[in-house]
Write a protein of this length. Structure first.
Length: 366
């Protein structure tokens, strides 16, 4: 490719649906199966917050953050001042990602998936941490390029459009995202994801915003009753293929292999999310039966709370549980420890004890 900025084609593009039918059917079937589970949930937050946190960790890891799910859940509980500055920045980026996802979900009640909303998501994502000086919420005003660290533009693997091309290209993408001209929604978001990454509208955070848009689109189109399907894990596991297929669309207009890969990602992740959700709900059911023995009207409140915050201190959890009496709350936690549901992270610690719900953490780390 010549080393000049690449201008992606205007959307819609011509797609040969014949070659995609099998992949489309499989992906729709997997998503519908996941949705039938999600739409029957009595309490979606039992899954939502932990699955969002896991996605925030995985999506941020693609960009180089090192923090683990365990560390983020623990930081939520303790806000450890002893963490290194790098670790704090990593965790801050992950928490921003979760906030951006929350903001997107709430905003879709009144706004379409638009330039305005995408900029708001970007501003939330880059509010603090390493991205704070990278124009949060604004399109880039300069030429950028993608390549190895320290590489010159002449050695770039990809040079996105010039800054003055972004506004018309993005207006076209926004129109496409909100139109019904593509025959299939899943093909539509596969194409839109390529286009967003090709335009590369922001100085930083394009990958994370691009992945957030996928989940929000599936939710907005009512393919899922809760936005709990995320592709970061698949993209990270097949990182080389992911970048190669995006590049092949730019260089050879090879839409077919990119769309097949994307549909396969949706299928695999929908099946995996359904398995995880079933494991979590099964665990919840088992423990609902187990806590009957504790003879406490508040036990189910505490049980639900630890599914949402599986690492906690009494101080970090109390405000989220409907148990006014502090003594009742403390004694119930001790009963959960005695019943083997919770364990103390450090049994020697006497004050500000950290409690862990190991069985749930194990499921999330699978």
């Amino acid at each position: 490719m010549s080393k000049k900025p690449f201008i992606p084609p205007k959307l819609p593009v011509k797609i040969d649906y014949e070659q995609l039918i099998g992949h489309i059917t499989k992906a729709h079937r997997a998503i519908a199966s996941l949705d039938s589970l999600l739409s029957a949930l009595p309490n979606p937050s039992l899954l939502g917050r932990t699955l969002q946190t896991k996605e925030a960790v995985l999506s941020s890891q693609i960009e180089g953050t090192q923090a683990t799910l365990d560390e983020v859940l623990a930081y939520d509980a303790v806000n450890d001042k002893n963490e290194s500055e790098t670790k704090k920045q990593d965790i801050s980026e992950i928490i921003n990602y979760r906030r951006a996802l929350d903001l997107g979900i709430k905003s879709l009640e009144t706004l379409p998936l638009s330039e305005n909303l995408i900029k708001k998501i970007h501003a939330t994502l880059l509010k603090s941490g390493r991205g704070a000086n990278k124009a949060p919420g604004e399109f880039r005003k300069v030429q950028v390029y993608i390549g190895m660290p320290g590489a010159e533009i002449s050695e770039a693997s990809y040079i996105p459009p010039a800054a003055n091309e972004i506004i018309p290209l993005f207006a076209n993408l926004e129109k496409y995202l909100n139109s019904d001209e593509e025959k299939d929604n899943l093909v539509q978001i596969a194409i839109a994801h390529y286009q967003f990454e090709a335009i590369h509208p922001f100085l930083d955070g394009n990958g994370r915003v691009g992945r957030l848009i996928i989940s929000l689109f599936l939710y907005e189109k009512k393919l899922l009753s809760h936005p709990f399907l995320y592709l970061s894990e698949f993209f990270e596991e097949h990182r080389q293929t992911y970048y190669e297929l995006l590049r092949n669309v730019s260089e050879q207009q090879d839409w077919e292999n990119w769309i097949k890969f994307f549909l396969n990602a949706l299928t695999v992740q929908a099946q995996k999310t359904e398995e995880t959700a079933k494991s979590i709900l099964k665990l919840h059911q088992e423990y609902r039966e187990k806590i009957m023995e504790l003879n406490s009207t508040y036990a189910s409140h505490l049980l639900d709370a630890i599914f949402i915050r599986p690492i906690f201190t009494t101080a970090s959890l109390h405000k989220h549980v409907k148990i006014k009496n502090t003594q009742t709350f403390f004694s119930l936690i001790n009963k959960f420890v005695d019943a083997g549901i919770l364990k103390e992270a450090d049994s020697k610690q006497k004050r500000n004890k950290v409690y862990r719900f190991e069985k749930l953490i194990k499921i999330l780390n699978l």
